[in-house]
Write a protein that binds this ligand. Structure first.
Ligand code: BGC
Length: 662
């Protein structure tokens, strides 16, 4: 059905619905469902969490637990995200859902945000490129993707009352682009308004966000739903209606409860046509997902194919941070006996509710220990004592507990727990071949980094995680993940942590004083050496970049620069490289970052194989937001295009000149 046919169907429904029926559709009936309008054959519409699989708490069904958001992003794999989106859509449908409450795409402003693990990255370009395929593919399965949390929801501390004080420029350039891409390119049928306020106005009643930007400027056709119970933080029922809020969830006792809404209407605080405008998007999503069709809801969950996809995603996101002396992969010629220790060795991570909307109850979860034994196939011998082993695996990290990687509370510290640090130090003291295997969803400080030869970041890898980790340690998978967030050495180095005003803020406000200097933009600007830079990730093989050519040296704002290069796998095993393209302004001034990500491609190469690669850089992607005129514009001048293996490992560069507008 075309978009105009869907709108025509929505018009018919709006004609047919009585005022009371319309008002009844604006709030949930229960935690996960809207109300039905039986007279018109509109059944209850179910929404389920979340961004890494369908939540048990919202569906009552066991479903496939995929890797969490940051692990998804670490794959830098657009094609994989499309397959994930499709699987997520099928799982949601099989669980009776018509809306999946994800992807979650808030920018990682501080590594302490409790939900960093659920989100994608610190970079608006990377988030944009990853969110679009997820949204499109999920929706092709007849499920509305609910992109969240709109907007500037970058911490859990005081999350329901804090106002993010953020400049128009930082909104435009950092915090909004991925939402915009999800709507404009992905045609997302739903958006979740955040708990927090933005510049003093609660997100759920923020007409500037929900009406002006979302609907008017980006052409959003779907519905805006509150984050759960978020309407409680709004100023009034009428403010929500006028602000552009479609659906209040779960709705009980809240702003859009039928009686409350009706009373406000009767006081003349808003009109029926204002209700129609908000409801239109919900009806649109019902039509678009086939919710009003008599055909039965079909989908698939817990299939072998989804479980294999979960493993493939885990493997694609695992990031090799350090590998001195090529200790990894474990090589039978050098290593016979292995000891595996640490608090994360036998832990499961998918279910706990503190994982919030990312808590999924899969039919099974392969822990690292199970994975190691399952994938070993007689290659290595397990010994209990690190001192007796040829190599030791130390499994440490974080958990979905309040104060770690969890909803509601931010992390307390960047370091791992003191006992874990001590375990690393004690182990390496008795066995120098110590490999630290990290299971966590946000950056950690590593005061022990120079003491250990190898570090493997596995994130929260989902139900097949243990198998993916073991296969990576044994060399059956060559890691190709790249950091989607900077790993700082200490909190002092982070731009959000300059004063309490900038993080965590007061109960009322948190001030985004760092402006555009978020993540690597800040580390580059201040020339701070991170622990591991944005885009970093090693491989068991090596890649050479060569034969670089740029199509032009002088370009106008409407031109596209075409870059060609050759990538060669110069090592002995097959592997994948993420080629990254950054643009550096030669004269960025004080308030602009030295370089920004503007392109990337993941290439799989056999040993010795070379592949020509073409990257397109439309000059329009270099436009910047100009606070004086409140508009995007080309900034004429000299630039470099920099191509490399991380934001700090640039292999090829070329200069070009951008002219002013004609
Ligand atoms: C979270 C959302 C989630 C909702 C429903 C809220 O606490 O912020 O991300 O979708 O609950 O579980």
């Amino acid at each position: 059905m075309s978009a105009s046919d869907k709108q025509a169907r929505v018009d018919e429904l709006l004609q047919a619905l009585s005022l009371d029926e319309k008002l009844s559709l604006c709030a949930g009936q229960s935690l996960w469902k809207t109300k039905a309008v039986e007279r018109l054959g509109i059944p209850q519409f179910r929404l389920t969490d979340g961004p890494r699989g369908v939540g048990f708490h919202s569906s009552g069904k066991r479903c496939t637990a995929f890797p969490s958001g940051i692990a998804q992003a670490a794959s830098w794999d657009v094609e994989l995200m499309a397959r994930f989106g499709a699987a997520l859509g099928r799982e949601c449908r099989a669980a009776g859902g018509r809306t999946i409450l994800g992807p979650a795409i808030n920018i990682t402003r501080t590594p302490l945000n409790g939900r960093t693990f659920e989100y994608l990255s610190e970079d608006p370009y990377l988030n944009s490129r990853l969110v679009v395929p997820i949204v499109k593919a999920a929706q092709e399965q007849g499920v509305a993707a609910c992109v969240k949390h709109f907007a500037a929801n970058n911490q859990e501390t005081n999350r329901v009352r804090v106002s993010a004080e953020v400049s128009e420029r930082a909104l435009q350039e950092i915090y909004l682009p991925a939402f915009k891409a999800a709507v404009e390119e992905g045609d997302a049928w739903s958006i979740m308004a955040a708990y927090n306020s933005v510049n003093g106005v609660p997100a759920c009643e923020n007409a500037d966000l929900l009406k002006t930007r979302l609907r008017k400027e980006w052409g959003f056709k779907g519905f805006v739903v509150t984050d759960w119970f978020a309407a409680r933080g709004t100023t009034s029922t009428a403010a929500c209606v006028k602000g552009g809020l479609s659906l209040d969830m779960p709705g009980k006792g809240s702003r859009y409860r039928f009686k409350t809404l009706k009373a406000s209407f009767e006081r003349g605080e808003f009109s029926e046509s204002e209700v129609d405008e908000n409801l239109r998007g919900l009806l649109y999503a019902m039509v678009a997902t086939g919710h009003l069709d008599p055909a039965p809801l079909r989908g698939q969950r817990n299939t072998k194919a989804h479980q294999l996809l979960a493993r493939e995603m885990a493997e694609a996101g695992i990031t090799l941070l350090k590998n001195a002396g090529g200790l990894l992969p474990l090589d039978q010629r050098r290593v016979r006996k292995i000891a595996a220790v640490g608090p994360k060795l036998k832990k499961r991570n998918c279910l706990p509710l503190w994982g919030g909307s990312a808590g999924v109850w899969p039919p099974y979860e392969v822990t690292p220990w199970q994975g190691l034994r399952q994938e070993n196939r007689g290659r290595f011998e397990w010994v209990p004592e690190p001192a007796e082993a040829d190599a030791v695996l130390v499994f440490v990290g974080l958990s979905h507990r309040p104060g770690q990687d969890s909803e509601v509370k931010d992390r307390k510290q960047l370091e791992l727990a003191a006992e874990q640090e001590q375990l690393i130090r004690e182990t390496v003291a008795v066995n120098p071949n110590t490999i630290v295997v990290l299971i966590n969803g946000s950056p950690v400080a590593m005061p022990w980094v120079n003491d250990v030869p190898a570090i493997l970041e596995c994130w929260y890898p989902g139900m097949e995680g243990g198998a993916a980790i073991a296969r990576t340690l044994f060399g059956d998978n060559n890691p190709s993940g790249k950091l989607p967030v900077t790993f700082p050495r200490s909190l002092r180095d982070c731009s959000a942590h300059r004063t309490p005003k900038t993080f965590p803020g007061t109960r009322q406000t948190v001030v985004y004083e760092e402006e555009l200097m978020v993540g690597y933009r800040h580390f580059d600007k201040r020339d701070i050496e991170p622990l591991f830079p944005f885009g970093h990730g090693l491989s068991y093989t090596t890649f050479a970049y060569s034969e670089f050519a740029a199509s032009a040296e002088r370009l106008s704002p409407t031109d596209t620069l075409t870059l060609s290069l050759t990538v060669t796998n110069t090592g002995a095993v097959s592997g994948a490289e993420v080629v990254q393209l950054y643009v550096a302004d030669h004269d960025p001034g004080d308030d602009r970052p030295p370089q920004s990500l503007k392109g990337f491609a993941k290439v799989q190469l056999e040993p010795g194989e070379s592949r020509p690669l073409t990257l397109q850089l439309p000059m329009a992607d270099l436009n910047v937001f100009c606070p004086d005129t409140n508009a995007w514009r080309a900034k004429p001048g000299a630039y470099s295009v920099r191509v490399g293996s991380s934001s700090r490992d640039i292999r090829l560069a070329a200069d070009f000149e951008l002219s002013g507008p004609a």
